[in-house]
Design a protein around this ligand. Structure first.
Ligand code: C2E
Ligand code: MG
Ligand code: MG
Length: 683
């Protein structure tokens, strides 16, 4: 630090004499001739020590120092004057305006010593001021106790953090701040550490005056030289509530899914690992369910991500209601969820829960004013038979889930060893499917439909076949779902439609004129907003009148009654195309739902036909579907008719058409022609 000294004297020779003496000590010396000069200088320069004469014209030394002590109290002030002046400055000395009175003539060595002392004093009080400022302004709470632990001093931050004012704290012991959260041993530990090491630091829960507990990071040190040689303690602490909350938030985010608030993959893995470590203790064996929403992507793409997100949240809530508290439901991402059933020993127990889970999705979800139907495919893997590690159980549950999807979705499946080979087969099939169209491996087959009134073949349904170079004939049940998932269904569907229309045109040209060709449309194809335009263009290019084309749409839960879907089907219908609702009875169509769509035809699913005519339930269902269809102005066709009894019974019930092996199997165009041309409508 530079040491700045100001000399004030009206006599030049005294100024220079003093200057000469003090210069040796390296001070930075300023001089003034009067009190007024001195005040001007002080306003411009940082001065640490002033030596002033008492007797000066205008302003005396004590008057000057009165002013200086008001305006610059930190400056050390020395009067250098004759003995005769002592009584004149005594008052100022008593008021503290003057630090020292030195007499003229001076002794050089004494003067130098006193000035050195004055600078030391300045530094000391400067340091003190700094420390006080730190003590008062720091955000760390400070508490100093005596050797008995009685609080002596606290700083403002102490009061801010704890809520206790200085007056309330001083005289108390730190027990004032105790919460119930710490064990008594914890305080014992602090004490031992203070005695042994003279210090303790760590985290401690304390209680504020308002009763609130809070965590603080604290350092306690022993100060050896207290009053009477006794040790004192000083405690420094900061409130770490916010930091803790931030940590907790980060930890939560690291282990939870942001959208649904469910545990994420990481937490699921941890819990599964833990469950496996304790497995079998009470005969409880954990199992893993892998859940995937069926065709969620379509909803996301058609209704927007916002609706998709809301649906995922609603799904999470619904699933969470079904599983027990000790089980874990997690979201892995996208539309994939997993469940850890911690206490399921036998397959039957798991099955109960699986049934509950799938049943809970019968009710539609109400999102954004839309009523959305969605289904689940679930795979289950049980410990230890289906895997002994978290990774293995997850992988096998996933494989089982894919099997559930292949089996037609909306169901569940338990893992079995053979699935791994199957899963591989599926993977390879998928990569082959990409080339199937280009390599002309796909062929449309045609299955005849018979009119029960006329007894003649009135139309055909196009059913796709895939002639795989190594595997031979692959059925649509194996590859349509794959194509839907990877989007290939769009080019494949377009191709089938063109083929069917060209074939129909060829039959018209050959003289057959009263028939329809039914083409299956996948829900994924309905997503294309310009589908009606595309279909019309195909019809126009090929020159096929629309009345010869029928489009079959599966009664999947996906055909939600959204404005978009309803409008699209109306547009197709307005073109003159007939619309059929395929696999009727397997979905959840309600009457009001049916009324909104312009279907011309209901196709009763073959699962109801199989039991005819003996199975009473099937008979009742089929009977009521036919009656209902007719009431709504639709024709009804039954699928999967294999026997004469079935056909006769359906005719008796008033069914309009039948389709099935009894009439004919799906055949290549050339072979189905024979059946088609037998009809009276052909020339
Ligand atoms: P679908 O539209 O309900 O077709 C009827 C299915 O029942 C066909 O199976 C057919 O071969 C079979 N079937 C017909 N008569 C009988 C019978 O008397 N008994 C038995 N047990 N089965 C009978 P396929 O050809 O394996 O097709 C399965 C499904 O694949 C079809 O169900 C359809 O949803 C889908 N599919 C087939 N071709 C296409 C296509 O070109 N595009 C789309 N999107 N889906 C297609
Ligand atoms: Mg069909
Ligand atoms: Mg069908």
């Amino acid at each position: 630090m530079r040491r700045n000294l100001l000399l004030v004297d009206d006599e030049q020779n005294i100024q220079s004499a003093m200057r000469r003496v003090l210069k040796q000590d390296g001070y930075n010396i300023y001089c003034a001739d009067s009190g007024k000069d001195a005040l001007d200088l002080l306003a411009r320069h940082k001065i640490h020590v002033i030596i002033s004469d008492q007797r000066m014209p205008g302003m005396t030394g004590s008057e000057l120092f009165g002013e200086v002590s008001r305006r610059f109290p930190e400056i050390i002030r020395i009067v250098l004057s004759g003995y005769a002046d002592f009584s004149a400055v005594a008052d100022a000395i008593n008021q503290g305006a003057i630090y020292k009175f030195l007499t003229k003539p001076w002794d050089d060595a004494l003067l130098r010593r006193d000035v050195t002392e004055a600078f030391r004093r300045y530094e000391l009080s400067w340091r003190n001021r700094q420390l006080t400022e730190v003590f008062n302004s720091t955000t760390e709470g400070v508490m100093i106790t005596d050797s008995e632990g009685i609080i002596q001093t606290v700083n403002p931050a102490f009061s801010t953090i704890t809520g206790y004012s200085e007056a309330e704290a001083v005289g108390q012991t730190p027990r004032l701040l105790r919460s119930d959260r710490e064990h008594p041993e914890c305080y014992q530990e602090i004490w031992t550490s203070l005695v042994m090491q003279g210090q303790w630091h760590g985290e401690l829960w304390n209680r504020r005056k308002n009763g609130e507990d809070y965590p603080q990071w604290m350092t306690i040190s022993t100060l050896p030289d207290g009053d009477g040689g006794q040790g004192r303690y000083v405690a420094l602490f900061i409130d770490v509530t916010e930091q803790k909350e931030r940590e907790a938030r980060i930890e939560y985010q690291a282990y939870h899914d942001a959208l649904t608030g469910l545990p994420n993959r990481r937490l699921f893995h941890d819990r599964l690992g833990e469950a496996l470590a304790h497995a079998g203790r009470n005969g409880d064996l954990p199992s893993v369910l892998f859940i995937d929403l069926d065709r969620f992507k379509i909803i996301n793409d058609t209704l927007g991500h916002d609706v998709g997100d809301q649906l995922l949240q609603a799904v999470a809530q619904r699933l969470n209601k079904i599983i027990r508290k000790e089980d874990t439901l997690a979201r892995l991402g996208g539309d994939e969820f997993t469940v850890l059933l911690s206490r399921v020993g036998r397959q039957q127990d798991a099955e109960k829960i699986l049934r509950k889970l799938t049943a809970s999705f019968r009710q539609p979800f109400e999102i954004d004013g839309e009523s959305l139907h969605i289904t689940l495919s679930i795979g289950a893997a049980l410990f230890p038979g289906d895997g002994e590690s978290p990774a293995q159980l997850m992988k096998n549950a996933d494989t089982a889930m894919y099997r559930a999807k292949e089996a037609g979705r909306n169901g569940f499946c338990f893992y079995s060893q053979s699935m791994n080979t199957n899963a591989k087969r599926q993977l390879m099939l998928e990569s082959d499917l990409h080339q199937a169209l280009a390599r002309s491996e796909l062929t449309p087959f045609y299955q005849a439909q018979q009119d029960l009134q006329q007894g003649t073949v009135s139309g055909v349904e196009v059913l796709l076949r895939w002639q795989h170079p190594q595997r031979g004939c692959v059925m649509p049940g194996e590859f349509i779902a794959l194509a839907e998932d990877n989007g290939l269904i769009i080019p494949i569907g377009n191709w089938v439609l063109k083929q069917a229309c060209q074939q129909a045109r060829a039959w018209l040209d050959a003289g057959c004129n009263d028939f329809t060709v039914a083409v299956n449309l996948s829900a994924r194809q309905l997503q294309q907003p310009d589908l009606a335009k595309q279909v019309q263009q195909t019809l126009d290019t090929i020159g096929l009148p629309a009345r010869h084309l029928e489009l079959e749409i599966t009664e999947s839960l996906l055909l939600n009654d959204t404005e978009q879907n309803i409008a699209l089907l109306h547009r197709l219908h307005d073109l003159g195309i007939r619309l059929a609702l395929d696999d009727f009875g397997t979905g959840y169509s309600s009457l009001s739902y049916l009324k909104k769509f312009p279907f011309d035809l209901l196709k009763i699913d073959q699962s109801f036909v199989r039991g005819l005519p003996d199975n009473q339930e099937d008979a009742a269902i089929v009977d009521s579907i036919i009656t209902m269809g007719h009431k709504l102005g639709m024709k009804v066709i039954a699928e999967g008719v294999e026997t004469n009894e079935q056909s006769a019974f359906l005719r008796w019930l008033g069914c309009d058409q039948v389709q099935g092996y009894l009439i004919g199997r799906p055949l290549p165009a050339a072979q189905v022609e024979e059946l088609l041309f037998q009809g009276s409508h052909c020339e």
